[in-house]
Each structure stands twice: as structure tokens, then as C-alpha cells.
Design a binder for this molecule. Sequence first.
Ligand code: C2E
Ligand code: MG
Ligand code: MG
Length: 645
Amino acid sequence: MIHWLSDYNYDFALASVPIQVILLLVYCLRRNLPVRQSSSFLNMMIANLTMTISDIVSCEMNEVWTDFPLWVMYAINMLYFVSFIIRGWALFDYAAESCHSYQKFGRYTRVVMAVPAVVVLIMILSTPWTGMIFSFSPTEGYFNCYLYQSIYFSTYFYIAATFVFILVSFKDMSTRLRIGLLTSNGLLLAGIILRKLFFHVLVTSYFSVLVILIIFLSSENPDLYRHRQIRFFNREAFRRIGTEYLSHEMPFSCVILAAQNYEMLKHIYGTTRVYERLQIVGDRMIAAFNQSFVFYLRNGNFVILNNGAVGDEPDKVALQWKQDIERLLADHDIVKLNFSVLLLPSEVAGNDINAIENLVHYSLRNSDTINQKGEYLITKELVQKLDRESYIRLALKHALDNRSIQVYFQPIYSIGEKRAVGAEALARLFDDKLGAVSPDEFIRVAEKNGDIVRLGRQIFESVCEFIQSAHLQERGIRRVHVNLSPAQCMDTQLAPDFAEIAKRYQVPMSMIDFEITETAIDDHRAILAQIYRLKESGAELSLDDFGTGTSNLTRLMKLPIDLVKLDLTVVHAYFNGEAAILPDLIRMFHNADMKIVVEGVETEEMMRRLSDLSCNYQQGYYFSRPVSPTDFLDYLNRTETHSTS
Ligand code: C2E
Ligand code: MG
Ligand code: MG
């Protein structure tokens, strides 16, 4: 056993030293995130280790103080006090950076909040001359002076300030950070109180080690910021460094790279080979763009974060990036990774990390298509489109929750019978801010986020409800056409759900015509399965928007389709003299015994000429625009009077 000179119990302090050294080494050996938070944490670790060692050494030396020159005695005791103060401040500084409090409370907050620590540090450093904190008497040696308590006041002040900052930012913090900061601050307080209660046991540094451990495990472990297989910075790291740029209002740009055919390459060459290749790609980028940060966002996606603004010619810069990256990665490796590249300047990116991340993900998904147009830059227009899209997503959700999506009806007119014999149901979304949103827009949004299934159900219910309550069948409407989108047809419950709804409203399925687009029918087996089931339930099926896609006609003819709707673009092209194919198409479908509805009939002349081409069923503004259920009934009343008169 070591024979200690003083009465102090060093067990806790001594046990904490190797743990602190190991943590410090692990932390320093990995390249950590270059953010302020991490340097505050490093400051705290260094201060705590210095405090622990100088505490033990000074306590021992104070017992035999006459053996050393007086300045050495002052120096070692001052080292302890200085590191004690810095440790308290550094934990506060770490918490303030984590909560973004300096940005919230204004730019001088960091300076103002450092004042108590600086004042006490001055008192400590001047103590050999002023004797404010401690001193040495010729007989007794070391003793505490009248302002000794100020070192505790400084620490209490920072603990209290940390609690306040945590509370102010409580809502914006992740649970992990919240728990990490609250427990670590609480432990620091507990350590100081216990030290006061058991004066002879040096426990403060032990509690500080617990604090360091909690912070290390909850948010400062370098492994949290790296991809597991290829050791590049990951998405979390991108968020933290990005937040740092935003909060210090530093201009930046992101180069967004998506590996083309990534899943297919993994399938062909295996995950290990592809990861090896990604590692090489990433290493080359880090070496070539050593002023920037390279992040790997999984699935073959990289982001390069560059310091500084893009300048006046962003298009050129973007193209330059594309070329640089192509040149950098050109070699003869078998696993060939090609990347689509998009440049996102900070003035386009905005100042919210979540919005930036959404934009990056959107860019990753669409970079290939955008690159194919010869474009490599994310513009303000594109972002505005996305903003609108996210607003529509909210408006749609709100409308679905309140069941306020409306269904309008547009008559399908029979020239032979001189009256409407059908109607197409068209969804309408009205929003206070956006006004009327076109279904082309909100259906696409609903398809993307999966709301389409709920939307489709609500529309179908409204249609059935209207058919039943307005007695449409008795009024000569043989069928109501309902649009189905491909995403909706992927739902295996579609056919049974719709059958159940129709039954509930006592609407025979034979009164419904489901309109499906060519793309839907071309694509998937799952969609075909639903289509067959709907058909089996008695509904009619029509092919919508014919003429807009590039269908294989022989395949289409084999599908269970009763009716083809010729898209208004084909119809209008015929009347503009741009394409003369319309009469041939009509003849072909008639020969195959398929019914036809022509869309986009806008004038009397169009109506007549199409009738001459034997198009009996017509739809378009000439007859009526899509109108509300009430107006549709008015239309029926009016036209009934006309046709009977
Ligand atoms: P669609 O099924 O081809 O519907 C016809 C579209 O042409 C409607 O646009 C209609 O208002 C418009 N239209 C009708 N007559 C004329 C005309 O004479 N001239 C011109 N220029 N346009 C005419 P709308 O209502 O904006 O719908 C657009 C598309 O949104 C629809 O095209 C359909 O694909 C989709 N949609 C609408 N409602 C639904 C729905 O309930 N479910 C699904 N899945 N898609 C829907
Ligand atoms: Mg349609
Ligand atoms: Mg159509």
C-alpha cells in the first residue's frame, strides 16, 4: 500500500485516471467532427484529467510544502483551481453548443456567459499577490482565503445556466441529447455536493468521469458519425456539420452524388466488392477535395460539403464538378460506379437542416433524370416546387382527416341518344391558402406518400353515396367512371374494399367503370391481379389517356378492357393538324369491338367532326366542365328538358 501524506481518500480520483486517459486517447486517435461542440467536449476531458491529477498532487505537496519553492506550491494549486473552473465552464459550453443556445440568445451570449469564469480565473491567477483564493502561512502552510467559495459559485452558476438552456431548447432536442445533458449536469452537481459532505474523499473527478462517459456514449463517440463498413462520415455527421455551418451563417455548397444502378451492381458483384469500390471512390474524393467534407449517405450516395459561396456562375461550377468527378473516378475497375451529380448552393438550400436533408434526398432520387436533361444545378425554382409539394402534402392530409376532398362530375355524352349516359368522377382539393389544387398535382403527391389508398377509398365512397342518393341509375346514367392510379392498384385490398363500399351503398358494381392508365397496365403483376378482380366483381374497365404513352398495342388488346378513352392531346393534335392518326385509331378499336370515349371536346365543330368519325361517346368542356354534384344534377335536369323538347 502506498503511504499517503495527507488524510484525503484518493481511491475514487485514482480509479478515474486510467478511464480518463483511455477515453481521451480513443477520442483523439479518431478524426472527430470539426464542430465547436466536439472541441468543448475535448476541453472538458483535458480539464478534468488535469484537475484530477493536480488535485492529488497538490494535496500531497501541501503536506510537505516547505520542501518546495513557494512558486511551485502556488503553481500546482493554481493548476488545480484553473482546471476546476475550466471543466465547469466547458460542460456548460458543450451543452450550450448542443442546444444552439448561443444562436438563440444572440451572438454575444458566449462572451457574456464566459465572464464569471474569466473573473474567477483572474482571481485565481492573481492569488499569489492578492491572497483572494488561497495562501501559505509560514507556520500552517496552505489555507483557504476569504474568496475561496467563489470557485464553487462559478460552477453552480454554470450548472444552473445549463439547466436553463436545456429547458429553453427542450422541445427541439433529440431524446438522446436531452437525457445525456440532463443526467450529466445532474451528476456534476451531485459530485460537488458529495465532495462538500465528505470533505476528505476526493469524489468530484469520479463524477466528472461519469459525465464524460455519458456524453461520450450518447453523442460524442466518433463511431456514431461514421458508416459501419466504409469509415466515412455518415448522415448524422452531415447533420451536425451542416448545422454548424448554418448556425454560424457560413456560406457553403453541397455536391450530391448518387451511384447509378447501385442495387443492381450489388446484386451482380456482391456487397463486399461494391463496398470496396465505394471505399476507393470515397478515398479519392477525400484526397482530391481536401478542403471539403465527404459524407457517405448509404445506398451509394455521397455528399461533399464545401466551404464558401458558389459565385455568380453556378451552372458552370456545377458542370465543372460533374466533369471533375468523372475524371477522378475514370479507371478500368470491373465494378464501374457512375455517379449522377447535382450542386446545391447554400442560398438555394435555406437555413434549416431538416429542409436541406429533404432537398438532398429529393435530389438523390431525381439526380439521374435531372442530369439526363443536361442540368447539374439545384435551382430556386426546383426548391419552390418542392415547398409547394410539401404544403400540398399537408393540405391533403388535412382534407383526408376531415373528409373534405370533393368529387366533381363531368358528363359523358352519347351523341346517338342526345344525352349524358355516364359521368367521370374527378377529385378536387380546395385549400384556404393554395385555392383549388389540380388533381394532377395532389394525386402525384398522394401516390408518393402512400395517402393514395385512403384518398381512393374516400373518393369511391363519395361516388357511391352520390349514385345512391341522387338516383343516378333512374336518371339514365349507366356508368360512373372512377380513376384509379397505379399506386392504388398495388394495394391487394383494393378490390374487396371497393366491393364492400359499393355493397354498403347498394350500388351495383356494374354501374362503375374504372379508368386505368396505360402505364399501370404495362407494369406489374400485382396491378393486373387487382384489375382482374375488379372486373370479376362486375365493373367495367377502361383504358384512360390513350395516346400519351408508348403502349404495346398487341398486349393492350389482350387485356380485359371494355373501353378506350382517347386522350385530349391526340384529339387536339388531330384538330390542330399536327397528327392525322385519330381516324385510324378509332377504326382499329371499333374493329376490335371496343367502345371509345373521346376526351377534350371543346367546340361544336369538334363534336360534329368526331361524330362523323363514329365517335358516339364524347366528353369535354363543350358539354360541361367537371362540376359539383348539385350542378351535375342541374345539368341533367337542363339536358333532359332539351332532349325531350
Ligand atoms: P383524366 O382522367 O384524363 O381526366 C380528364 C381531365 O381532362 C380532367 O382534368 C378534366 O377536367 C379535363 N378535361 C375534361 N374535358 C376537357 C376539355 O374539354 N378540355 C380540356 N383542356 N380539359 C378537359 P382534371 O380534373 O384536372 O384531372 C386531371 C387528372 O387527374 C385526371 O385525368 C386523372 O388522371 C387524375 N384524377 C382526377 N381525379 C382522380 C381520382 O379521383 N383518382 C385518381 N387516381 N386520379 C384522378
Ligand atoms: Mg380519367
Ligand atoms: Mg383521361
